[in-house]
Design a protein around this ligand. Structure first.
Ligand code: ZN
Length: 307
């Protein structure tokens, strides 16, 4: 591979995408402590939580408190997922400076859940964009299942295009492509990433891969080859997806860091510190985590320990 970037940016999403799928509710101070650890490990972008209704996602009910406890951290973007305008208001109230909206690229999924087409959902975000701008909050948008969904199979590129256009129309130019169903395959990832980069030069992109079928790392490499440099990952590979049967978590952060360290791709994140945090997480949650590096350690540590 000769098209790999010299550096990438990772957004750690375990505190949101990971913990929201756990039965164990971590105390707020434990979340704050893990967040401090992630900042100390070098992350410049972290998804802290979400402002969903506490009844719908009780694991994230204290996101406001986590923001208040951590305060402003210069040089680090602490983002939260929001469902609607109420989410922007909660962000304002607790000092959150970056929010992310989400829409499903699956027409059937969106119609079934929200009785709207994906484009109608995105057009409805205009009020959120306005409120965010008035309050100095940066806003981004995510498209889940732009590669494939359990409802329709492969997602037509035209559908992804019209959702991207809807985001651009409401003034959102930072867009995440989220393979929540873990159905993406590398050649498709390469094609879609190449396509969107060429067609929408005004946009910036994040890629979010779940490792449900073991292809997340290959998909990251395919996206890198297509010029993408911003990726979500989750320490310990924590996570799942409530509406996708058998869904695994995001690709594990330490596995991505290992690939990058061994391939001379700069991340600015200390893998040893992340491994320590993942071990702590494993004991807090009291179950095994889906992370190769956590199970096997780094290759270089293995070599050293045999001497
Ligand atoms: Zn996810």
């Amino acid at each position: 591979m000769n098209n790999l970037p010299s550096s990438i940016t990772l957004c750690e999403v375990g505190l949101r995408d990971g913990l929201q799928n756990e039965k164990t509710l971590l105390p707020t101070q434990e979340k704050v402590s893990l967040l401090r650890g992630l900042i100390d490990a070098g992350f410049k972008v972290i998804e802290v939580g979400s402002f969903m209704h506490p009844k719908a996602v009780p694991q994230m009910a204290d996101t406001d408190e986590v923001y208040k406890a951590i305060g402003d951290v210069p040089g680090v973007e602490l983002r939260a997922l929001i469902p609607n305008l109420r989410g922007v208001q909660r962000a304002v109230d607790c000092g959150c400076k970056k929010v992310k909206l989400n829409v499903s690229a699956s027409r059937q999924h969106n119609l079934k859940n929200l009785n709207m087409t994906p484009e109608e959902s995105v057009a409805g975000f205009a009020g959120c964009v306005q409120a965010a701008k008035e309050n100095g909050i940066a806003i981004s948008g995510s498209i889940s299942m732009p590669f494939a969904s359990p409802w329709e199979g492969r997602t037509p590129v035209e559908d992804v295009d019209s959702i991207i256009q809807a985001y651009l129309d409401v003034g959102i130019t930072e867009i995440s492509l989220s393979d929540a169903s873990g159905m993406a395959i590398p050649n498709q990832v390469y094609q879609l990433c190449t396509h969107v980069r060429e067609k929408y030069p005004e946009a910036t992109w994040w890629l979010h891969f779940h490792n449900t079928r073991g292809l997340a790392m290959a998909n990251i490499l395919a996206a890198m080859e297509a010029g993408m440099t911003q990726f979500d990952s989750s320490f310990g590979g924590l996570g799942g997806c409530p509406f996708v049967p058998g869904a695994a978590g995001n690709i594990s952060t330490e596995d991505v860091l290992n690939l990058c360290d061994e391939s001379n791709i700069e991340t600015g994140v200390d893998i040893v510190k992340v491994m320590e945090l993942s071990k702590r997480l494993r004991s807090l949650l009291d179950h095994d985590l889906d992370s190769y590096i956590l199970r096997a350690g780094r290759a270089k540590d293995l070599i050293l320990s045999n001497h």
